[in-house]
Design a protein around this ligand. Structure first.
Ligand code: NAD
Length: 455
């Protein structure tokens, strides 16, 4: 059985310099983490609800207290602008505040039946494996940790190998907050070893997975062996739909952030910009101007909107989507760093750039005729995660929102995530919901108890 096989060099993508050297976990380390989580489970599920809430509130307070340190760590590891990392750490704290409040509001039902009373309880699952990607490392982990811990589960968190630093720091914070040893375990190892082991392990009751659709498929297949529960938050190819009657200035000013934010490495990236033909020239002129103003550079400098991509190999993949002419191509800093320019490409919805998830700062701009055409194009994708519609016609906005097969859609806005509201995909963007009270369903089982009232 393999154990820690090699050292892992963690790189800052803006400098290409190593910032940490870690041992890579293998099967033995993963098994040890699962055993620790299993041993901690009975006591953790028995913690009084008010006390469990108090502990999660303390986690939230410590994340706030260490927010700047965590934000700087995230920026150095992912290359995202510091302002973005600060916002994400704020959300991490808010997630723990929310789920601290959820612990004693996760009710069961009483159901009228003959011969007795029927009642339901929400039971924790046991040990849950949480596998997360590199684009929003701690924030996405918190979306799983919050509800999993609130429901009384213990966890093994496997961060992406490229970005493990905030997850490791979080494990210390959880202990400092007073969570018992073994409740939160972090395993830094390859997906093909540590991840696969979590999926196969008989003592892991559920996998909460965020990542690519390809690996999500693999998670689902593997989970079938032990009938594990799975939540899959996968890829996206979201449409940002601009009708002729929209506030075009506002839609154009907002569009670059919605696709180039986090250097496009965002599952909610509005990477297909659909524009009604009658305003196509005017809107694309505004869009080009707004994209020109999107500042690419040192993630630690004030005012930076976009940093580098995560790695050299990822940059190579992103480049493969931009081999022909472009409508707009921005500038990037010279010197080290995995930079890629903000890029707009005129496309039809059948082009590769409009069909596959680029996961980089590349947007496909697509013209449409009318509402029916916009709905057809928006839905012509295997994904269904997010999206936006811009129009001043509120009836059309709602009609459109109901017609698009997507888990989240915003009207005259490009925002997708809020702590209190459900987030997740339709179609091959996955299933199960994170955030809000909906996430509590994914980390608990309903138990039905029937006490007879017969004399
Ligand atoms: P990835 O699927 O390559 O990896 C995600 C995680 O899975 C990593 O921790 C990785 O180590 C692990 N993994 C890889 N192979 C595995 C295996 N065989 N078994 C178990 N675990 C394995 O994704 P990525 O490149 O890190 O992230 C980018 C992808 O994540 C994009 O497709 C993006 O859309 C998606 N994403 C989705 C959401 C969402 O909420 N829907 C959010 C962020 C990112």
């Amino acid at each position: 059985m393999s154990s820690a096989t090699a050292t892992l060099d963690v790189i800052n993508p803006a400098t290409e310099k190593p910032i940490a050297h870690l041992d890579r976990a293998g099967i033995e380390e993963t098994d040890r983490a699962v055993a620790a989580a299993r041993a901690a489970f009975p006591a953790w599920r028995a913690v009084k609800p008010a006390d469990r809430a108090r502990l999660l509130r303390r986690v939230a307070a410590l994340v706030e207290q260490h927010g700047e340190e965590l934000a700087r760590l995230e920026t150095s590891n992912v290359g995202k602008p510091l302002a973005d990392s600060r916002w994400e750490m704020g959300m991490v704290a808010d997630v723990f505040h929310f789920y601290a409040g959820a612990v004693d509001k996760h009710y069961g039902d009483t159901i009228p039946v003959a011969g007795g009373v029927d009642m339901t309880f929400r039971e924790p699952l046991g040990v849950v494996g949480l596998i997360v990607p590199w684009n929003f490392p701690l924030m996405l982990a918190s979306w799983k940790l919050g509800p999993a811990l609130a429901c009384g589960n213990t966890v093994v968190l496997k961060p992406a190998e490229l970005t493990p630093l905030t997850a490791l720091r979080f494990a210390d914070i959880a202990l400092e907050a007073g969570l018992p040893e073994g409740v939160v375990n972090v395993v830094v190892g390859p997906g093909s070893v540590a991840g696969e082991r979590l999926i196969a392990h008989a003592d892991v009751a559920k996998i909460g997975f965020t990542g690519s659709t390809e690996v999500g498929r693999r998670v689902m297949e593997g989970a079938a062996q032990t009938i594990k529960r799975v939540t899959l938050e996968l890829g996206g190819k979201s449409a940002n739909v601009v009708f002729a009657d929209a506030d075009l200035e506002k839609a154009a000013t907002s569009a670059p952030g919605a696709v180039f934010g986090n250097a496009g490495q965002d599952c909610c990236a509005r990477s297909r910009i659909l524009v009604q033909k009658s305003v196509y020239d005017r809107f694309t002129a505004l869009l080009n101007d707004a994209t020109r103003r999107f500042r690419v550079g040192d993630p630690e400098a004030d005012g930076t909107d976009m940093g580098p991509l995560i790695s050299a190999s990822h940059r190579k993949l992103v480049s493969s989507f931009v081999e022909g002419p472009t409508m707009f191509k921005g500038d990037v800093p010279s010197g080290p760093g995995f930079w890629f320019p903000c890029t707009l490409v005129e496309a039809s919805n059948s082009d590769r750039v409009a069909r596959e998830e680029v996961f980089g700062p590349v947007a496909a701009v697509i013209a449409f005729e009318d509402e029916a055409d916009a709905v057809r194009i928006a839905n012509d994708t295997p994904f269904g995660l997010s999206g936006s519609v811009w129009t001043r016609d509120s009836a059309r906005a709602l009609r459109f929102a109901r017609s698009v097969d997507t888990g989240v859609i915003s009207i005259n806005s490009n925002t997708s995530v809020r702590v209190a509201t459900p987030f997740g995909g339709f179609k091959q963007s996955g299933f199960g919901r994170e955030l809000g009270m909906a996430a509590m369903d994914g980390y608990s089982e309903i138990k039905n108890v029937f006490p007879s009232t017969d004399a």
